[in-house]
Design a protein. Structure first.
Length: 77
């Protein structure tokens, strides 16, 4: 499923997220899987992921950036 991390677009359904790939070849790998519920919004603020729940609660789950340069290749950002 494609998620838009602009901080304004809400998710349309329940989603289990382990990592988020960007269009420019980076990935944010969460330390623990995270459930996003319908109405949650996600954004990247600096180097961290921010989740704003439908009720207004803000979360900043732990994780690390990496690049995906090819099959089986993983390099830290």
């Amino acid at each position: 499923m494609r998620l838009i991390a602009d901080g304004a677009t809400p998710t349309s359904r329940l989603v289990l997220v382990k990592d988020l790939d960007t269009d420019d070849g980076y990935a944010f790998e969460l330390a623990n899987p995270l459930f996003l519920t319908a109405g949650d919004r996600i954004a990247f603020e600096g180097d961290r992921l921010v989740v704003v729940r439908a009720g207004g609660e803000r979360l900043s789950p732990a994780g690390d950036w990496s690049t995906r340069c090819g099959p089986g290749s993983l390099r830290r950002r």
